[in-house]
Design a protein around this ligand. Structure first.
Ligand code: CAA
Length: 260
């Protein structure tokens, strides 16, 4: 696959993946997702590669979120029927059993913060800024932010960030447990690659097992599953088929479905 929105490079046993839409502050659109899926799948399959680093091109942003311009025209039914955002977890987080590091070089907002949190370790430049500002767009995190951020920094900080949309600087992010380390901006990539090289030098299977064990602490529980179910139910009540289905029941006739 030829990439247009990301760059990839192998440095010994480490794969470097760079988000490369600097004019859009590396906003994450469907093409970026498709290319990342391909790049992570190649990394996972390549026996010479033991760790990966993902970073953003340009000096300003890791990624400023999901691409708002792509999402603007989509309806709720489009998002639901495409299961929009699902592949980030199924095709990148779950499918990548090898460890990978996010080297956050600037804004990590919305989907950008969520992508960083999908990584096993976040190393931040001292210029990095993290946030879940989706509320300002009339929505909410969709790529795992409300779940992974809350587990990382706890309810107090997560609520504060999600409800106000404010940004957290690198120092606060380290203090809050969101990032493993903060390094000077101009040393970020070197530090990220150095940590990745250390991990890559470990016994590869032991590295994957260690990752799997730590991630086990993030497993879903029943309460979350029930909330998720209720929310999806509530979304379905916005469909034409809900109206038709209930009307058909009351009018004692068969329903006729539109699929949305
Ligand atoms: N989607 C699409 N384009 C984006 C973008 C995004 N998330 N973020 C920035 N851009 C674009 C801007 O539209 C602008 O493009 P033009 O030059 O064509 O106008 C370019 O990148 C540069 O951005 P700004 O001029 O706004 O740069 P700035 O330095 O003034 O501000 C910023 C930087 C504070 C990060 C600001 O760009 C911003 O607030 N971006 C949006 C952040 C956001 O809301 N992210 C959440 C998106 S929703 C989401 O991610 C849902 C989810 O849970 C997955």
């Amino acid at each position: 696959m030829t990439y247009e929105t990301i760059l990839t490079e192998k440095r010994d046993q480490v794969t470097l993946i760079t988000l490369n839409r600097p004019k859009s502050l590396n906003a994450l659109n469907s093409q970026v997702l498709d290319e990342l899926i391909d790049a992570f799948s190649a990394f996972q399959a390549d026996e010479t590669q033991n760790c990966a680093v993902i970073t953003g091109s340009g000096d300003k942003a890791f990624a400023a979120g999901a691409d708002i311009k792509e999402m603007y025209d989509k309806s709720a039914a489009d998002f639901y029927l495409e299961d929009f955002f699902a592949k980030w977890t199924s095709h990148i987080v779950k499918a990548t059993r090898k460890p990978w590091i996010a080297a956050v070089n600037g804004f990590a907002l919305g989907g950008g913060c969520e992508l960083a949190m999908m990584a096993d370790i976040i190393i931040a430049s001292d210029k990095a800024k993290f946030g879940q500002p989706e509320i300002k767009l009339g929505v909410a995190p969709g790529m795992g932010g409300s779940q992974r951020l809350t587990r990382a920094v706890g309810k107090a900080k997560s609520m504060d960030m999600c409800l106000t949309g404010r940004m957290m600087d690198a120092e606060e992010a380290e203090r809050s447990g969101l990032v493993a380390r903060v390094v000077p901006h101009d040393q970020l990539l070197d530090e990220g690659l150095k940590s990745a090289a250390t991990i890559a030098s470990m016994p590869p299977m032991a590295a994957q097992v260690n990752k799997e064990m730590v991630n086990a602490a993030f497993e879903n529980n029943l309460e979350q599953g029930l909330v998720h179910e209720r929310r999806l139910f509530q979304i379905l009540t916005a469909t034409e088929d809900k109206k038709e289905g209930m009307a058909a029941f009351i009018e004692k006739r068969e329903g006729s479905w539109k699929g949305r």
